[in-house]
Design a protein around this ligand. Structure first.
Ligand code: NAI
Ligand SMILES: O=C(O)C1=NCCCC1
Length: 343
Protein backbone atom coordinates (compact mmCIF):
# COMPACT_ATOMS: atom_id res chain seq x y z
CA UNK A 1 0.00 0.00 0.00
CA UNK A 2 1.25 3.47 -0.84
CA UNK A 3 2.65 5.61 2.00
CA UNK A 4 3.00 8.69 -0.20
CA UNK A 5 1.89 11.95 1.32
CA UNK A 6 -0.71 14.07 -0.52
CA UNK A 7 0.72 16.88 -2.63
CA UNK A 8 -0.35 20.52 -2.54
CA UNK A 9 -0.51 22.23 -5.94
CA UNK A 10 -0.54 26.01 -5.81
CA UNK A 11 -2.27 28.41 -8.16
CA UNK A 12 1.09 29.51 -9.63
CA UNK A 13 2.06 25.93 -10.46
CA UNK A 14 -1.35 25.27 -12.01
CA UNK A 15 -1.21 28.31 -14.29
CA UNK A 16 1.63 26.86 -16.38
CA UNK A 17 -0.53 23.82 -17.31
CA UNK A 18 -3.36 25.79 -18.97
CA UNK A 19 -4.34 24.19 -22.28
CA UNK A 20 -7.79 25.30 -23.46
CA UNK A 21 -8.32 22.35 -25.84
CA UNK A 22 -7.72 19.87 -23.00
CA UNK A 23 -9.91 21.88 -20.60
CA UNK A 24 -12.81 21.97 -23.09
CA UNK A 25 -12.46 18.20 -23.48
CA UNK A 26 -12.55 17.76 -19.69
CA UNK A 27 -15.76 19.82 -19.58
CA UNK A 28 -17.36 17.74 -22.32
CA UNK A 29 -16.54 14.64 -20.29
CA UNK A 30 -18.17 16.22 -17.21
CA UNK A 31 -21.32 17.22 -19.13
CA UNK A 32 -21.59 13.75 -20.72
CA UNK A 33 -21.06 12.07 -17.35
CA UNK A 34 -23.98 13.82 -15.65
CA UNK A 35 -26.44 13.19 -18.49
CA UNK A 36 -25.43 9.61 -19.26
CA UNK A 37 -27.42 6.96 -17.40
CA UNK A 38 -25.86 3.91 -19.08
CA UNK A 39 -22.80 2.71 -17.15
CA UNK A 40 -22.08 -0.15 -19.54
CA UNK A 41 -21.44 1.97 -22.65
CA UNK A 42 -18.45 4.00 -23.82
CA UNK A 43 -19.47 7.32 -22.22
CA UNK A 44 -18.38 8.61 -18.82
CA UNK A 45 -20.88 8.39 -15.95
CA UNK A 46 -21.12 10.14 -12.61
CA UNK A 47 -22.36 10.26 -9.06
CA UNK A 48 -23.08 13.79 -7.92
CA UNK A 49 -25.57 15.04 -5.32
CA UNK A 50 -26.72 18.67 -5.28
CA UNK A 51 -24.09 20.76 -3.51
CA UNK A 52 -24.68 21.97 0.03
CA UNK A 53 -24.48 25.51 1.42
CA UNK A 54 -23.42 26.59 4.89
CA UNK A 55 -24.40 30.21 5.53
CA UNK A 56 -22.48 32.44 7.94
CA UNK A 57 -22.74 36.16 8.77
CA UNK A 58 -20.07 37.03 6.17
CA UNK A 59 -20.70 34.57 3.38
CA UNK A 60 -21.29 31.00 2.37
CA UNK A 61 -19.32 27.73 2.25
CA UNK A 62 -20.21 25.35 -0.59
CA UNK A 63 -19.41 21.64 -0.39
CA UNK A 64 -19.21 20.08 -3.88
CA UNK A 65 -18.49 16.33 -3.97
CA UNK A 66 -18.44 14.35 -7.21
CA UNK A 67 -17.30 11.15 -8.91
CA UNK A 68 -16.75 10.59 -12.63
CA UNK A 69 -16.20 7.07 -13.97
CA UNK A 70 -14.91 5.96 -17.38
CA UNK A 71 -13.58 9.39 -18.44
CA UNK A 72 -10.67 10.15 -20.77
CA UNK A 73 -8.29 12.58 -19.04
CA UNK A 74 -6.25 13.73 -22.08
CA UNK A 75 -7.89 14.41 -25.43
CA UNK A 76 -4.45 14.53 -27.06
CA UNK A 77 -3.43 11.04 -25.84
CA UNK A 78 -5.20 8.66 -28.21
CA UNK A 79 -3.89 5.63 -26.28
CA UNK A 80 -5.14 6.70 -22.86
CA UNK A 81 -7.41 4.26 -21.07
CA UNK A 82 -10.49 5.55 -19.24
CA UNK A 83 -10.04 6.77 -15.66
CA UNK A 84 -12.24 7.18 -12.60
CA UNK A 85 -11.91 10.22 -10.35
CA UNK A 86 -13.32 11.10 -6.95
CA UNK A 87 -13.00 14.68 -5.68
CA UNK A 88 -14.63 17.30 -3.51
CA UNK A 89 -14.34 21.07 -3.89
CA UNK A 90 -14.82 23.24 -0.84
CA UNK A 91 -15.35 26.85 -1.86
CA UNK A 92 -16.40 30.00 -0.02
CA UNK A 93 -18.01 33.17 -1.34
CA UNK A 94 -17.56 36.19 0.96
CA UNK A 95 -18.96 39.24 -0.83
CA UNK A 96 -17.11 41.90 1.21
CA UNK A 97 -13.66 40.48 0.37
CA UNK A 98 -13.02 42.72 -2.67
CA UNK A 99 -13.59 45.82 -0.45
CA UNK A 100 -10.92 44.77 2.08
CA UNK A 101 -7.49 46.40 2.21
CA UNK A 102 -5.72 44.71 0.54
CA UNK A 103 -8.66 43.33 -1.50
CA UNK A 104 -9.30 39.58 -1.47
CA UNK A 105 -11.18 37.52 -4.06
CA UNK A 106 -14.88 37.01 -3.31
CA UNK A 107 -14.46 33.30 -4.07
CA UNK A 108 -11.76 31.09 -2.47
CA UNK A 109 -11.59 27.34 -2.83
CA UNK A 110 -9.61 24.09 -2.93
CA UNK A 111 -10.19 20.80 -4.73
CA UNK A 112 -9.41 17.60 -2.80
CA UNK A 113 -8.58 14.65 -5.10
CA UNK A 114 -8.85 11.14 -3.70
CA UNK A 115 -7.37 7.83 -4.82
CA UNK A 116 -10.25 6.05 -6.49
CA UNK A 117 -9.23 2.61 -5.15
CA UNK A 118 -8.27 3.39 -1.53
CA UNK A 119 -10.15 6.64 -0.95
CA UNK A 120 -6.95 8.25 0.39
CA UNK A 121 -6.30 11.94 -0.28
CA UNK A 122 -3.83 12.31 -3.15
CA UNK A 123 -3.73 16.03 -3.80
CA UNK A 124 -5.08 19.41 -2.79
CA UNK A 125 -5.30 21.90 -5.64
CA UNK A 126 -5.87 25.60 -5.10
CA UNK A 127 -9.11 26.19 -6.96
CA UNK A 128 -9.69 29.90 -7.58
CA UNK A 129 -8.02 29.80 -11.00
CA UNK A 130 -9.40 26.33 -11.86
CA UNK A 131 -12.92 27.48 -10.97
CA UNK A 132 -12.58 30.40 -13.37
CA UNK A 133 -11.15 28.20 -16.14
CA UNK A 134 -13.75 25.47 -15.84
CA UNK A 135 -16.65 27.95 -15.60
CA UNK A 136 -15.42 29.69 -18.76
CA UNK A 137 -14.85 26.34 -20.48
CA UNK A 138 -18.40 25.24 -19.56
CA UNK A 139 -19.73 28.39 -21.26
CA UNK A 140 -17.53 27.82 -24.32
CA UNK A 141 -18.74 24.22 -24.75
CA UNK A 142 -22.34 25.40 -24.26
CA UNK A 143 -21.80 28.16 -26.85
CA UNK A 144 -20.34 25.66 -29.34
CA UNK A 145 -23.39 23.44 -28.91
CA UNK A 146 -26.16 26.04 -28.63
CA UNK A 147 -24.85 28.80 -30.92
CA UNK A 148 -22.01 27.84 -33.27
CA UNK A 149 -23.81 24.64 -34.31
CA UNK A 150 -26.76 26.66 -35.68
CA UNK A 151 -24.99 29.72 -37.13
CA UNK A 152 -24.20 29.76 -40.83
CA UNK A 153 -22.22 33.01 -41.23
CA UNK A 154 -19.46 32.90 -38.62
CA UNK A 155 -17.73 36.07 -39.82
CA UNK A 156 -18.11 39.34 -37.87
CA UNK A 157 -19.46 37.81 -34.68
CA UNK A 158 -19.68 40.04 -31.61
CA UNK A 159 -19.09 38.87 -28.01
CA UNK A 160 -20.30 40.92 -25.02
CA UNK A 161 -18.97 40.50 -21.48
CA UNK A 162 -21.21 41.94 -18.75
CA UNK A 163 -19.12 41.99 -15.56
CA UNK A 164 -15.35 42.01 -15.93
CA UNK A 165 -14.32 40.43 -12.61
CA UNK A 166 -12.45 37.12 -12.34
CA UNK A 167 -15.05 35.08 -14.26
CA UNK A 168 -15.59 37.75 -16.93
CA UNK A 169 -11.84 37.96 -17.51
CA UNK A 170 -11.37 34.19 -17.88
CA UNK A 171 -14.37 34.00 -20.22
CA UNK A 172 -12.86 36.71 -22.44
CA UNK A 173 -9.47 34.95 -22.47
CA UNK A 174 -11.07 31.54 -23.08
CA UNK A 175 -13.19 32.75 -26.00
CA UNK A 176 -10.20 34.60 -27.53
CA UNK A 177 -8.26 31.34 -27.47
CA UNK A 178 -10.97 29.04 -28.81
CA UNK A 179 -13.51 30.88 -31.02
CA UNK A 180 -13.38 33.60 -33.69
CA UNK A 181 -14.91 37.01 -32.90
CA UNK A 182 -14.62 40.30 -34.77
CA UNK A 183 -15.46 42.38 -31.68
CA UNK A 184 -15.45 42.00 -27.92
CA UNK A 185 -17.54 44.53 -25.97
CA UNK A 186 -17.03 45.05 -22.23
CA UNK A 187 -19.25 46.49 -19.50
CA UNK A 188 -18.61 46.65 -15.78
CA UNK A 189 -20.33 48.57 -12.97
CA UNK A 190 -16.95 50.24 -12.28
CA UNK A 191 -15.41 51.37 -15.55
CA UNK A 192 -11.81 51.11 -14.29
CA UNK A 193 -12.22 47.33 -14.05
CA UNK A 194 -13.16 47.14 -17.74
CA UNK A 195 -10.16 49.33 -18.57
CA UNK A 196 -7.87 46.96 -16.68
CA UNK A 197 -9.27 43.97 -18.56
CA UNK A 198 -9.04 45.75 -21.92
CA UNK A 199 -5.32 46.45 -21.31
CA UNK A 200 -4.72 42.81 -20.36
CA UNK A 201 -6.63 41.45 -23.37
CA UNK A 202 -4.84 43.82 -25.75
CA UNK A 203 -1.52 42.30 -24.63
CA UNK A 204 -2.82 38.74 -25.08
CA UNK A 205 -4.64 39.19 -28.40
CA UNK A 206 -1.63 38.71 -30.74
CA UNK A 207 -1.03 35.20 -29.35
CA UNK A 208 -4.68 34.09 -29.74
CA UNK A 209 -6.97 33.03 -32.62
CA UNK A 210 -8.25 36.62 -32.75
CA UNK A 211 -5.31 38.84 -33.69
CA UNK A 212 -7.65 41.31 -35.49
CA UNK A 213 -10.34 41.56 -32.81
CA UNK A 214 -11.59 45.03 -31.81
CA UNK A 215 -12.14 45.47 -28.07
CA UNK A 216 -14.35 48.28 -26.72
CA UNK A 217 -15.72 49.52 -23.37
CA UNK A 218 -19.34 50.61 -22.96
CA UNK A 219 -21.07 52.90 -20.49
CA UNK A 220 -24.37 51.03 -20.29
CA UNK A 221 -25.46 47.38 -20.36
CA UNK A 222 -27.88 48.17 -23.19
CA UNK A 223 -25.17 49.69 -25.37
CA UNK A 224 -22.85 46.77 -24.63
CA UNK A 225 -25.48 44.14 -25.54
CA UNK A 226 -26.49 45.87 -28.79
CA UNK A 227 -25.45 43.79 -31.84
CA UNK A 228 -23.98 41.01 -29.68
CA UNK A 229 -24.27 37.44 -30.97
CA UNK A 230 -22.96 35.88 -27.77
CA UNK A 231 -23.16 37.40 -24.29
CA UNK A 232 -21.61 36.35 -20.98
CA UNK A 233 -23.10 37.68 -17.74
CA UNK A 234 -20.71 37.29 -14.81
CA UNK A 235 -21.92 39.58 -12.05
CA UNK A 236 -23.25 39.24 -8.53
CA UNK A 237 -26.28 41.40 -9.19
CA UNK A 238 -29.56 40.49 -7.50
CA UNK A 239 -31.69 42.55 -9.90
CA UNK A 240 -31.92 42.14 -13.68
CA UNK A 241 -29.31 43.87 -15.86
CA UNK A 242 -30.42 42.67 -19.32
CA UNK A 243 -33.88 43.05 -20.88
CA UNK A 244 -35.30 41.50 -24.06
CA UNK A 245 -35.26 44.83 -25.91
CA UNK A 246 -31.42 44.96 -25.63
CA UNK A 247 -30.98 41.73 -27.61
CA UNK A 248 -30.69 40.40 -31.15
CA UNK A 249 -33.39 37.76 -31.87
CA UNK A 250 -30.97 34.79 -32.08
CA UNK A 251 -28.49 35.74 -29.39
CA UNK A 252 -26.91 33.12 -27.13
CA UNK A 253 -26.36 34.05 -23.46
CA UNK A 254 -24.15 32.30 -20.91
CA UNK A 255 -25.59 33.45 -17.57
CA UNK A 256 -23.12 32.44 -14.90
CA UNK A 257 -23.43 34.97 -12.09
CA UNK A 258 -24.92 34.09 -8.74
CA UNK A 259 -26.23 36.97 -6.70
CA UNK A 260 -29.16 36.21 -4.43
CA UNK A 261 -30.18 33.60 -7.01
CA UNK A 262 -28.59 31.98 -10.06
CA UNK A 263 -31.01 33.58 -12.49
CA UNK A 264 -31.04 37.22 -11.39
CA UNK A 265 -29.06 38.74 -14.26
CA UNK A 266 -31.68 38.35 -16.99
CA UNK A 267 -35.14 39.92 -16.90
CA UNK A 268 -38.28 37.76 -16.91
CA UNK A 269 -39.16 39.00 -20.43
CA UNK A 270 -36.08 37.09 -21.68
CA UNK A 271 -36.93 33.95 -19.71
CA UNK A 272 -40.50 34.16 -21.10
CA UNK A 273 -39.19 33.67 -24.65
CA UNK A 274 -35.92 31.75 -24.62
CA UNK A 275 -34.76 28.12 -24.49
CA UNK A 276 -32.78 27.43 -21.33
CA UNK A 277 -30.13 24.69 -21.08
CA UNK A 278 -28.46 23.82 -17.79
CA UNK A 279 -25.45 21.91 -16.51
CA UNK A 280 -27.25 19.49 -14.17
CA UNK A 281 -30.87 18.77 -13.26
CA UNK A 282 -30.06 17.63 -9.70
CA UNK A 283 -28.61 21.07 -8.94
CA UNK A 284 -31.31 22.92 -10.87
CA UNK A 285 -34.04 21.35 -8.75
CA UNK A 286 -32.56 23.19 -5.78
CA UNK A 287 -30.85 26.28 -7.21
CA UNK A 288 -33.19 27.10 -10.09
CA UNK A 289 -36.38 26.10 -8.26
CA UNK A 290 -37.85 29.60 -8.70
CA UNK A 291 -36.86 30.04 -12.34
CA UNK A 292 -39.94 30.42 -14.53
CA UNK A 293 -38.76 29.45 -17.99
CA UNK A 294 -38.60 26.69 -20.56
CA UNK A 295 -35.74 24.49 -19.29
CA UNK A 296 -35.16 22.26 -22.30
CA UNK A 297 -32.39 20.05 -20.92
CA UNK A 298 -28.74 19.56 -20.01
CA UNK A 299 -25.75 20.37 -22.23
CA UNK A 300 -24.74 16.71 -21.80
CA UNK A 301 -28.01 15.63 -23.41
CA UNK A 302 -27.08 17.59 -26.54
CA UNK A 303 -23.63 15.97 -26.53
CA UNK A 304 -25.24 12.52 -26.16
CA UNK A 305 -27.68 13.31 -28.98
CA UNK A 306 -30.77 12.83 -26.81
CA UNK A 307 -31.82 16.52 -26.99
CA UNK A 308 -31.65 18.76 -30.03
CA UNK A 309 -30.70 22.41 -30.31
CA UNK A 310 -33.52 24.87 -31.14
CA UNK A 311 -32.95 26.14 -34.71
CA UNK A 312 -33.42 29.78 -33.75
CA UNK A 313 -34.47 32.19 -31.03
CA UNK A 314 -32.67 33.16 -27.86
CA UNK A 315 -30.73 30.39 -26.12
CA UNK A 316 -29.52 30.67 -22.53
CA UNK A 317 -26.97 28.47 -20.82
CA UNK A 318 -27.92 28.89 -17.15
CA UNK A 319 -24.66 27.85 -15.53
CA UNK A 320 -24.99 26.74 -11.92
CA UNK A 321 -21.52 25.22 -11.54
CA UNK A 322 -21.08 21.55 -10.63
CA UNK A 323 -18.57 19.27 -8.93
CA UNK A 324 -18.01 16.97 -11.92
CA UNK A 325 -16.45 19.94 -13.76
CA UNK A 326 -13.93 20.28 -10.93
CA UNK A 327 -13.43 16.50 -10.92
CA UNK A 328 -12.39 16.18 -14.58
CA UNK A 329 -10.45 19.45 -14.71
CA UNK A 330 -8.82 18.79 -11.32
CA UNK A 331 -7.68 15.35 -12.53
CA UNK A 332 -6.31 16.85 -15.77
CA UNK A 333 -4.21 19.36 -13.81
CA UNK A 334 -3.03 16.69 -11.33
CA UNK A 335 -1.85 14.44 -14.19
CA UNK A 336 -0.08 17.38 -15.84
CA UNK A 337 1.61 18.21 -12.52
CA UNK A 338 2.83 14.60 -12.16
CA UNK A 339 4.10 14.54 -15.75
CA UNK A 340 6.02 17.78 -15.19
CA UNK A 341 7.60 16.32 -12.01
CA UNK A 342 8.71 13.14 -13.79
CA UNK A 343 10.28 14.94 -16.80
N1 NAI B 1 -21.77 29.42 -12.59
C1 NAI B 1 -20.62 29.11 -12.05
O1 NAI B 1 -20.13 28.00 -12.24
C2 NAI B 1 -19.90 30.12 -11.23
C3 NAI B 1 -20.49 31.32 -10.90
N2 NAI B 1 -19.81 32.26 -10.19
C4 NAI B 1 -20.48 33.51 -9.91
O2 NAI B 1 -20.07 34.49 -10.87
C5 NAI B 1 -20.16 35.80 -10.34
C6 NAI B 1 -18.85 36.54 -10.58
O3 NAI B 1 -17.81 35.91 -9.87
P1 NAI B 1 -16.32 36.50 -9.90
O4 NAI B 1 -16.01 37.04 -11.25
O5 NAI B 1 -15.45 35.42 -9.35
O6 NAI B 1 -16.42 37.67 -8.86
P2 NAI B 1 -15.68 39.08 -8.90
O7 NAI B 1 -15.82 39.66 -7.52
O8 NAI B 1 -14.33 38.96 -9.48
O9 NAI B 1 -16.57 39.92 -9.90
C7 NAI B 1 -17.88 40.25 -9.58
C8 NAI B 1 -18.42 41.11 -10.69
O10 NAI B 1 -19.79 41.39 -10.40
C9 NAI B 1 -20.01 42.80 -10.55
N3 NAI B 1 -21.13 43.15 -9.71
C10 NAI B 1 -21.30 42.87 -8.40
N4 NAI B 1 -22.50 43.34 -7.98
C11 NAI B 1 -23.08 43.93 -9.05
C12 NAI B 1 -24.31 44.60 -9.25
N5 NAI B 1 -25.19 44.74 -8.27
N6 NAI B 1 -24.58 45.08 -10.50
C13 NAI B 1 -23.70 44.91 -11.50
N7 NAI B 1 -22.51 44.30 -11.36
C14 NAI B 1 -22.21 43.82 -10.15
C15 NAI B 1 -18.68 43.43 -10.15
O11 NAI B 1 -18.57 44.72 -10.68
C16 NAI B 1 -17.70 42.45 -10.79
O12 NAI B 1 -17.52 42.70 -12.14
C17 NAI B 1 -20.46 35.61 -8.85
O13 NAI B 1 -21.83 35.86 -8.64
C18 NAI B 1 -20.13 34.16 -8.59
O14 NAI B 1 -20.87 33.64 -7.51
C19 NAI B 1 -18.52 32.07 -9.83
C20 NAI B 1 -17.89 30.88 -10.11
C21 NAI B 1 -18.53 29.80 -10.80
O1 LIG C 1 -19.51 26.36 -9.06
C1 LIG C 1 -18.78 27.01 -8.31
O2 LIG C 1 -17.63 26.68 -8.07
C2 LIG C 1 -19.34 28.23 -7.67
N1 LIG C 1 -20.54 28.56 -7.98
C3 LIG C 1 -21.25 29.65 -7.41
C4 LIG C 1 -20.41 30.55 -6.59
C5 LIG C 1 -19.26 29.94 -5.93
C6 LIG C 1 -18.50 29.00 -6.79
Amino acid sequence: MTTEQPVFISENELKQFTDWKEILHALEQAFLAVSNTDKSGSHPYSSQPARTFVHTEGGVLLCMPGFVGNHIVFKSDKTSTPSSTLACKLITSFGDNPKRDPPLPDINGNIFLFDNITGKLQATLEANYITGLRTAAASIVATEQLFFSRVVDKSNLVLGIIGTGTQGELHAIGFLNTQKFAKIKLWNRTRSRSERLMAKLSDLVPSTLNAEVVISIHGSVEECCKDCDVIVTATSTSTPLIFRSFLKPDVHINAIGAGRSHHAELAQDIYDQCSVFIDYKTGAKVELANLKSNIVGEIGEILLGTKSVPANGISVFQSIGMATEDVTVGRLFYEKYKQARSD
